[in-house]
Structures are given as structure tokens and as C-alpha cells.
Write a protein that binds this ligand. Structure first.
Ligand code: SAH
Ligand code: SF4
Ligand code: F3S
Length: 433
């Protein structure tokens, strides 16, 4: 009997990369690879990278540097770079780091097995004519009850700061029947919650269907109890999608709707194509149909030209919305993007704005969490808790919840009374039916 080959995979960046990593693992299973968490045991190391900010992409090179002794000790070790840095830098990665055997972009990773066999070039960063999803093996399913499902890729929005339109290509939506088939497969393997993914998921358009219709069709899949989607652009929040938040019970009351800034001047310079006012109107409409929805957003501080007044406008927008959660980033100039041509603001100003922004967000996040105490929520158990007799899961509002429940099983959805709120999670007790 030959031992299975071992694959060590590390994923950086967004949920789309998490999904792609799962699909790569599945594709490589066909070549006899099983995953390992111990890098020293690996026959292949795959780094699935992110290019969004300078720090994210530089991580690749420090990780590759750390792999050098391992490669020297084990010359047969294959090292592959996948994801958005692979797409952006291509063969340059191998020039800078000759220990890299393979470079594969996010649209070409179905070719990994052929690349490993030497039947395809070692650098694959074209946007191929074929659809990778048609050529990848069927989903094996996961051991987890909450899964991701990519329905849309790419971006045509070209925000002035962002590399995604270049690394992921233009907007493409997967056909409805493939998505329904994949969802049914996942559910058959024990999945109860699916988060639909796309760089612009609410720009989904295939077979004459938009995202709202797709969500409603998925809601009919028996055994699928919860639906979410991410990430949305405010300009694609169409009427029927907003309506679905009001009348589709399986659509969970949490929405990530990035705005980036509260200043119209900066929004314009960012090429966001909406104003702060237009964003607030959308928020109002969503809250009219679903008053308890938790909203989250991404914010960039220190965009070129951002003044104190612009930053104040961002703080004002955050106060007006009241977020349940938000990600805050310091602007990072990215090669090839229009904003990278503009003079940057002093880093210490950006740092202090980031600090203030994070303070405000943390306060709002904590308030939203504390407001759950005493309430009854539903929780999908994802794993056993750290303490015996405890389960760990996510509420409908996506809060992490520790539940005292000695009979709980992973995959169950239970009613829970929230009893306490701590810095990053809630605690509660199962309500017996
Ligand atoms: N498609 C999604 C997410 C894109 S990347 C969307 O449009 O919302 C995730 C977040 O990274 C963005 O929302 C933005 O806040 C941040 N980001 C993107 N480019 C950046 C840059 N150059 N510097 C700092 N943050 C950036
Ligand atoms: Fe980037 Fe803007 Fe597209 Fe989001 S919408 S991926 S921020 S270009
Ligand atoms: Fe990063 Fe690419 Fe996602 S740049 S955020 S991994 S789309």
C-alpha cells in the first residue's frame, strides 16, 4: 500500500479564497492528496493568496522564505502559489522565489492536477475560456454544517483603490441549475446553512434570474434552513432583494453592505457611484422590511485627499446607521489602480483615524451584542464548546454563541435564551421545547 501524499494548504484573504481552497483540496484528492496541518509532513504546500492590501500580499513572500529550509531538506516538496497574488504577479513570483513550482490564478485552479503531472504549464494565470466549475470534481461536502457556495465571481465596478477587478476578472455568474445541484449535494452531506459568495454577489444575473429569485429557489431546498450572502454593493440592492429580507424567513437578518466612506467627495474619488445619502436610504428601506437586521460594512481611512471633514462625515454615517459589525482598513496603494497615482496622506494621520474609527465600531458592535441579552435566538451548532457540556454556534444575527447543552449535536438548530455578552461572543442556555 502506498501512503497518501500530504497537502498543506494555507488560505489568506476573503471567503471566496476559503471556498476556492476547499475546491482545490477536492481536486487534489483525485491525485491522491490528503490534507495535513503539519507543514513538515507535506509533500505539497499550497498558499492561496490575497492581493488586496500590500501587507496581505507581502505575507506570501515571508511565508515562502520560511519554507526554504524545508524545501532544501525535502527537494521533492512541491510549492504552489494560488489566488490573487498569483493572478497579479504570475511568473514574477518564481523569478523572485525560485523555490516555487507552480503558480495558478483563481480562474485556472481546475488545471492543478494537470500542472502537477507536468501536462500543463507551471504558470497558469489566463482567464480561460472554459468554466472551472464544469471541470472540477463534484463537491465532497464538508464536515461543517455551515458552508460557502460561490455563485458569482469578478467585479466590473472598478473602485479606484481596488485590485479585485484585475485579479478576479469581470463579473460572471454561475448557472442556476449548477448552484441548485451543488446546494442539494451540500445539504445531503449535512449542511444546514449556505452563504452565497461573490465579489459582487448581488450583481448575480444568470438565466434571467437575479439574486432574490435564486435565494427564494434555494429556500425551497429541503433541509436547507438558513441562507446568507456576501459581499454586496449598495448599487445592486434591487427592490426584490430588499423585499426578500422582509418575507423570506430562511434569509438571515444580517447583511454586509460595504460603504467605505461617509464623505460624498471621497466616495466620488473612490468611484463608488453612490452618495452617503443614497446608502442611508437603502439602509432605511431594508430596516423597514426587517427592523432587527444587523448591518456590517467595510471602511477605508486615509484614502488620498481625505480631510478631517471627510473623516468626520464617515463617523457621522456610522453613528447614523449603527452597525452590528464592521471591518476597518487603512488605505493601501495598490499597483495598477487609479488611486495609486495620487499623493498619499501622512501615515500618522491615517493611523489616528483608523484608531478612532475602530473605537466607534467596537462600541457599536458591543452595544448590538449586549442588546441580545435576555432575548431568544436560534443557534446552529457548529462544534462542541471548549467546556464539557457546551456547544458553540452562530445565531441568526451571526453572533458566536456558547450554549450550555450536554445533549447538543453539531448541525442542530436550537432555540437559546441569551444570558451574557462578552467581548467577542454571547453565552446562553438551550430552551427545551
Ligand atoms: N467586493 C467586496 C470586497 C472587496 S475587498 C466589496 O466591494 O465590498 C474587501 C474590502 O477591502 C473592501 O470592501 C475595502 O474596504 C478593502 N480594500 C480594498 N482595497 C483596499 C485598499 N487598496 N486599501 C485598503 N483597503 C482596501
Ligand atoms: Fe473592489 Fe469595488 Fe469591486 Fe468591491 S466593488 S471588489 S471594492 S472594485
Ligand atoms: Fe483578497 Fe482576492 Fe479576496 S485580493 S480579498 S483574496 S478576491
Amino acid at each position: 500500500m502506498t501512503d497518501a501524499k500530504k497537502l498543506f494548504i494555507k488560505t489568506y484573504g476573503c471567503q471566496m479564497n476559503v471556498y476556492d481552497s476547499e475546491r482545490m483540496v477536492e481536486a487534489l484528492a483525485g491525485e491522491g492528496y490528503v490534507t495535513t496541518d503539519v507543514v513538515e509532513e507535506a509533500d505539497m504546500v499550497l498558499l492561496n493568496t490575497c492581493h488586496i492590501r500590500e501587507k496581505a500580499s507581502e505575507k506570501l513572500y515571508s511565508d515562502l522564505g520560511r519554507l526554504r529550509p524545508l524545501k532544501t531538506a525535502k527537494p521533492g516538496l512541491k510549492i504552489g502559489v494560488a489566488g490573487c497574488v498569483a493572478q497579479a504577479e504570475g511568473a514574477e513570483i518564481q523569478r523572485r522565489m525560485p523555490l516555487v513550482d507552480l503558480v495558478v490564478g483563481p480562474q485556472s485552479y481546475h488545471r492543478l492536477p494537470a500542472m502537477l503531472r507536468g501536462d500543463a504549464p507551471a504558470v497558469e494565470t489566463d482567464f480561460p475560456a472554459e468554466d472551472k466549475f464544469d471541470l472540477l470534481p463534484e463537491r465532497r461536502g464538508t464536515a461543517r454544517p455551515a458552508a460557502f457556495l460561490t455563485v458569482q465571481e469578478g467585479c466590473d465596478k472598478f473602485c479606484a483603490f481596488c485590485v479585485v477587478p484585475y485579479t478576479r476578472g469581470s463579473e460572471v455568474s454561475r448557472p442556476v441549475d449548477r448552484i441548485l445541484t451543488e446546494a442539494r449535494l451540500l445539504v445531503a452531506k449535512g449542511v444546514r446553512e449556505i452563504t452565497l459568495l461573490g465579489q459582487n454577489v448581488n450583481a448575480y444575473h444568470a438565466d434571467g434570474w437575479g439574486l432574490a429569485r435564486l435565494l427564494r429557489a434555494l429556500a425551497q431546498v429541503e433541509g436547507l434552513e438558513r441562507l446568507r450572502y456576501t459581499t454586496s454593493h449598495p448599487n445592486d440592492m434591487e427592490d426584490d432583494l430588499i423585499a426578500a429580507h422582509g418575507d423570506e424567513p430562511k434569509l438571515m437578518p444580517y447583511l454586509h453592505l460595504p460603504v467605505q466612506s461617509g464623505s460624498d467627495r471621497i466616495l466620488k474619488a473612490m468611484n463608488r457611484k453612490h452618495t452617503a445619502e443614497a446608502y442611508l436610504r437603502i439602509v432605511d428601506r431594508i430596516r423597514t422590511v426587517r427592523p432587527d437586521i444587523l448591518l456590517s460594512s467595510d471602511f477605508i481611512v486615509g484614502f488620498p485627499g481625505e480631510t478631517d471633514a471627510d473623516f468626520e462625515a464617515t463617523l457621522a454615517l456610522i453613528r447614523a446607521v449603527g452597525y452590528g459589525m464592521a471591518y476597518t482598513f487603512k488605505y493601501s496603494a495598490r499597483p495598477g489602480t487609479p488611486a495609486a497615482e495620487k499623493p498619499e496622506i501622512p501615515p500618522e494621520i491615517a493611523d489616528s483615524r483608523l484608531h478612532m474609527l475602530q473605537g466607534l465600531i467596537t462600541t457599536q458592535q458591543r452595544a448590538a451584542q449586549d442588546a441580545m441579552v435576555g432575548r431568544e435566538v436560534s443557534v446552529l451548532y457548529e462544534k462542541p464548546g471548549r467546556m464539557p457540556g457546551q456547544m458553540m454556534g452562530k445565531s441568526d444575527h451571526l453572533h458566536a454563541v456558547h450554549v450550555g447543552d450536554s445533549a447538543g449535536r453539531v448541525g442542530e438548530i436550537v432555540r437559546v435564551r441569551i444570558s451574557a455578552s462578552s467581548s467577542n461572543s454571547l453565552a446562553g442556555v438551550r430552551i427545551s421545547e
